[in-house]
Write a protein that binds this ligand. Sequence first.
Ligand code: SF4
Length: 345
Amino acid sequence: MRDDEVSAALLAWYDGHARVLPWRTAPADRAAGVQPDPYRVWLSEVMLQQTTVAAVRGYFLRFTGRWPDVAALAAAADPEVMAEWAGLGYYARARNLLACARAVVARHDGRFPQTLAELRALPGIGPYTAAAVAAIAFDLPATVVDGNVERVMARLHGVEVPLPAAKPVLVALAETHTPAARPGDHAQAVMDLGATVCTPRKPACGICPLWQPCAARAAGTAADLPRKRAKPAKPVRQGVVWAAFRPDGAVLLEDRPARGLLGGMLGLPGDGWDGAGGPAPVAATWHAAGEVRHTFTHFHLILAVQIARTSAAPLRGRFVRAVPADLPTLMRKAHDLAAAAIASH
Ligand code: SF4
């Protein structure tokens, strides 16, 4: 199958199987001349970064109900937008969203620019979002490559190079399939195929429009591609936290050093968690209560929780009657384990 035949097969499939999405202009409407709204395309693409379609749907409808165009969003008060964004994560994206809306109004009179270069110059718009808006909203032959597209390309062409090294190869392959006609529908077709048919674990090759030319299907490697470089195992660090309880129920807490792990946050006193050990924060007879585990970005941490009852003055930290609700998760886990253990001790 030639590149243009692959694209034709994808477009024919898309015409019959496109997902119905609140930000999408259906292929039949597109064919009838309906123009997608760049604001809705852009908003959905920003929301969809690292979030699922199912999660975004409600947010998208609320945002567009409240701020139906880019000028309305640009005029919104920051806290209101942040509040609507809550739950989507990555607040930097919400701040960039507002900055971008305001730049579109200030620089482009409230109309999204129609070139990749001008789109890229807007705040928070990277290569992916620029290509998506250019292709989907303006039907420009920009190649849109997200995780779905990478997967489809890796399988279709049997690319064995693991990610992330394979990225440039997969982008180049996706470019070879981008057609001059209907590039926006083509981009959405590849994404839809990856999301609904060529899925990560169980690709449904039997109903796939690319069954015939697909190299991975022929080789029986579909579910194994794209290959990913094995992540190095995270190191495991160990340490101790001490939970000292006074007879009145107060527990000893301390402010952690401003720099380093959980910097500046309140928690149970620890030994540094760097393997060097350290003295207990108050004189007491200590008992092991168990351990808590937590995974940070670069390592796993296992903390042995020591408990004691004591009336002695602490060497560091302070006794607190009401433990704050916003203890870091690790400290909350350690505290809850210690509190349960001391109650039955
Ligand atoms: Fe994916 Fe299978 Fe289609 Fe190949 S034939 S693109 S592996 S679903």
